[in-house]
Design a protein. Structure first.
Lengths: 360, 504
């Protein structure tokens, strides 16, 4: 009997574990592709347009293309945890970051063949600008107590215009190979650079969460701001901080995005990415109402979303129909991860286990 | 079913991972009786209520209701309501942003169209009948907590219930409101409603109840008729031990503070934006003092001003004779002050975080953002205090939410003890928790004083204050109106000072 109880609680613990849904979703996608067409997982060495040998295949494409989303999901998780709401302006501010970076590397010209400013400085400027916009959002949320979605609606609306204004409404284009290293491949390295940038950023966050109290403070503030204040925390500052951190994530995501092509389309760049970022947080088993969070869940969630997109492309789903397919999968995942359904499922497992025992 | 019984619960068991919350508990409620359900925190009262109202599915046992041949199945609070079981919880479970009338009718209108005029009229009539000072079209959040509680009861009463469960309804009511509620309970009793009354206040049990069922550690201790059950016996049944402990407390408090030394904390003309009149206050090493007064008299606001929890608007504070500036809680903490707030749920615990994280929180914040405790260190701290304060929890990893009220409170006490404060403020540390824990906390206060710490203790229960404090500051209408110590510390003298008259 005792053995059996621990068995049951193992099942329950498994199904209730925060990472159960994203891991299960990922496994389901892998399984589907394995059965439908194992060649999905094939990875080959090809030559790219510059004549470098690079790895190519669906898995590589998932890891590569998910990069921006992963970065946004990390920042979005913190914002969600501290303020119980989401920043819907991340796509628009990505456009701003990209625009700032291109303006600097093109030196204000419409097109440039070589970088007019050190890349490092350009990216740093992009980071500073989007962190400032993050601070603006964060201040509205923390100090003016405006609901996050409403507060960030301002930048959601204005961001792409600001991005266009930064470059005098022109579409700058840079043809310098070195600029595209970050968005494509470094010479001699067959794995796309965004994969490394993302891994590096995940490592940075792992270190930050380990060696600072960012996690504890953010969660405490998100769960109970009153009580956090009486324990010496400043909930407003911490909320502001999370928005600023998201700003930094946005800048790096924006940099990767413009670095892929060397150009920018203000109205289309990173369109609707905010919704995917929020979805990644939810898929990771995090409550969108804030409080406790698991940033690795969100990261996994981001990869699941990209995996799904790539799978659908593979089966020639037209890009216009893509959102509909995605929606179906999202409905399934979200319903499955709802506490009510999980409770029902674990009870079903329990009673079937009981029935099996009775038969035996 | 027994003769006259309206509700019978037989062999109810409920298991949570690692905990047997209820084991084979029987409970019988007769029509037209008020039945107290008593026990320490963690005894299983709330769990039994939640099994009855469908909040939790029960794991074993059966529930019978009068008028149903077979055992009834209750899967949700809605089911419970439909068969005539209504509940009013300790915490308000209504919607603060709706009107009083909407709250009374929400979820009960047939079809999707609501007749607002009729609803407001109906609500107005019930409110008038019960003498509740609220208008039907008033937004609920604009009512006092006490009135919100009464609206919840009005809602339950109007649903024509056979069984009414009142889960700690009186903990946020003042004496007058309690009497009004008791009047209402007696009316309902006369109409044949069976009332289950969960409370920690012994006085109230003996005032209105007919029978008592006592639970301890998830098991049934027994059911008793109130006349056959002297108070002392009831308390010992609940605690499962003899009462020598209670008598001991007073004799231990022999340690007198050195009142001639420099005060640990001295405040002059302190006032805050919470609307208290400027007050003076001091406390010495090893002293236990307290603020007393009616609800809303400004007791809590005084200590909040000292801790910097409200915005301080004037006055000066000295610690050990040196001026200190306390603008925010962190300043106070760094000066060696700890503060356990009155509202445990709203200001004390951080709900979803673990017991461990809750215990280390204050010390961690003092240590700084870039210097987190290692997991091992945090666990060591938490385990030490779980042991020292006998906190009942499955592990230090358990979310504090899932602990009983008394154990949550102990975690908050642990949080502040861990910061090793010179001066500890405990605002209503014993509200809504069981007698056993109350005594433990009182003992702890005296023990801390003996160790040389200074403690300010606030409680609504005067005998508790008498047992622990050597000096009391009496508050009335947000103003300090008197100070009592030594031989003046008697129940009647305190009452007289609270009531005032300004003649002397």
């Amino acid at each position: 009997m005792k053995e059996k109880r621990s068995n049951e609680s193992f099942f329950r613990r498994l199904t209730r574990h925060q990472l159960f849904i994203p891991v299960a979703a990922l496994l389901a996608l892998v399984l589907f592709n394995l059965i439908a067409d194992p060649s999905f997982f094939a990875i080959s060495l090809k030559e790219n347009s510059l004549g470098n040998p690079v790895l190519s295949g669906n898995i590589i494409s998932v890891l590569d293309n998910a990069s921006e989303l992963v970065l946004l999901a990390i920042g979005m998780t913190l914002v969600t945890a501290s303020s119980g709401g989401q920043d819907i302006s991340v796509g628009a501010t990505m456009a701003i970051a990209g625009s700032v970076i291109l303006r600097l590397v093109c030196g204000g010209q419409v097109s440039a063949d070589t970088m007019q400013a050190p890349l490092f400085l350009a990216v740093l400027a992009g980071i500073v600008v989007t962190m400032a916009f993050g601070a603006f959002n964060g201040a509205l949320v923390a100090y003016f107590k405006i609901q996050p979605m409403v507060a960030t609606l301002i930048m959601f609306t204005a961001g792409r215009s600001i991005a266009a204004w930064i470059n005098n409404n022109q579409l700058p284009f840079i043809n310098d190979v070195a600029f595209k290293y970050a968005g494509t491949f470094l010479p001699g390295i067959p794995v796309p650079t965004p994969v490394f940038i993302t891994l590096f950023m995940i490592l940075v966050f792992w270190l930050v969460l380990k060696f600072t109290n960012l996690g504890l403070y953010t969660q405490a503030v998100g769960i109970n701001a009153n009580s956090s204040r009486l324990n010496g925390l400043d909930p407003k500052k911490i909320k502001l901080l999370t928005y600023v951190i998201l700003g930094a994530c946005v800048a790096i995501a924006g940099f990767i995005r413009v670095s892929r092509s060397g150009s920018i389309n203000y109205s289309r760049i990173a369109e609707n990415i905010e919704m995917d970022a929020i979805l990644a947080v939810a898929l990771g088993g995090n409550s969108l109402g804030g409080g406790k969070f698991n940033v690795y869940g969100s990261i996994l969630g981001a990869y699941v979303i990209q995996f799904l997109t790539t799978t659908l492309y593979k089966y020639n789903v037209p890009s216009t129909a893509l959102p509909a397919y995605k929606a179906v999968v999202v409905i399934l995942l979200v319903v499955l991860s709802a506490p009510v359904v999980r409770e029902k499922l674990s009870r079903m497992k329990k009673s079937s286990a009981k029935a099996a025992k009775e038969v035996a | 079913m027994q003769e006259g019984a309206i509700l019978e619960m037989r062999g109810i068991s409920k298991f949570f991972p690692g905990v047997k919350a209820l084991q084979n508990v029987d409970f019988t409620l007769r029509a037209g009786e008020i039945h107290a359900l008593m026990g320490e925190n963690g005894a299983g009262k709330s769990t039994l209520i939640k099994c009855l109202t469908g909040v939790y599915p029960k794991d074993e046992g059966e529930i019978y209701m009068a008028g149903h041949d077979k055992a009834v199945t209750i899967r949700s609070p809605q089911d419970a309501q439909n068969i005539g079981i209504s509940t009013v919880y300790q915490e308000i479970t209504l919607c603060p942003n709706l009107t009083v009338a909407e709250n009374m009718y929400i979820g009960r209108t047939k079809g999707s169209l609501a007749n607002w005029r009729k609803m407001n009229q109906g609500a107005g009539k019930i409110l008038r009948d019960l003498g509740i000072p609220a208008a039907p079209n008033q937004q609920l959040s604009s009512c006092s907590i006490a009135v919100q509680q009464m609206v919840a009861i009005a809602r339950a009463v109007d649903m024509d219930c056979k069984v009414l469960i009142l889960d700690e309804p009186t903990s946020s009511l003042d004496e007058q409101e309690v009497q009004k509620l008791f009047g209402l309970m007696r009316d309902l009793k006369a109409k044949g409603v069976g009332i289950i009354f969960v409370t920690h206040f012994l006085e109230q049990v003996y005032e209105v109840c007919d029978r008592i069922t006592v639970l301890r550690d998830g098991q049934l201790v027994g059911e008793y008729v109130i006349e056959d059950m002297p108070r002392v016996l009831l308390v010992s049944k609940m605690l499962g031990k003899d009462l020598d402990d209670m008598a001991d407390i007073k004799s231990e408090s022999g340690t007198a503070a050195d009142m001639s030394s420099t005060p640990v904390l001295e405040a002059k003309d302190l006032c805050s934006n919470a609307g208290i009149k400027p007050f003076d206050f001091s406390i010495h090493k090893g002293e236990v003092n307290g603020f007393t007064g009616l609800l809303g008299s400004g007791r809590s606001e005084c200590v909040r001003a000292i801790f910097g929890a409200d915005r301080v608007t004037g006055g000066s504070v000295k610690m050990d004779g040196k001026d200190v500036k306390i603008h925010k809680p962190l300043d106070a903490m760094k000066s060696g002050i700890g503060y356990l707030p009155e509202d445990r749920k709203g200001d004390g615990i951080v709900g979803d975080l673990s017991v461990r994280e809750n215990i280390i929180l204050a010390l961690q914040v003092m240590k700084g953002f870039f210097r987190p405790f290692s997991r091992a260190q945090a666990e060591k701290f938490a385990d030490e205090y779980i042991k020292r304060l006998e906190i009942k929890t499955a592990s230090s990893d358990t979310p504090i939410n899932s602990l009983s009220g008394g154990n949550q409170q102990k975690c908050i006490v642990a949080r502040w003890l861990l910061t090793d404060p010179k001066y500890l403020i405990l605002d209503e540390p014993t509200r809504g928790i069981d007698i056993g824990t109350k005594i433990e906390i009182q003992k702890l206060v005296l023990q801390l004083a003996a160790e040389g710490k200074s403690v300010t203790f606030i409680s609504s229960e005067i005998d508790e204050m008498l047992r622990t404090c050597s000096r009391l500051i009496v508050m009335r209408d947000r103003k300090a109106v008197g100070e009592l110590s030594g031989e003046d510390l008697t129940q009647s003298k305190i009452m007289a000072t609270i009531a005032g008259g300004d003649k002397q």
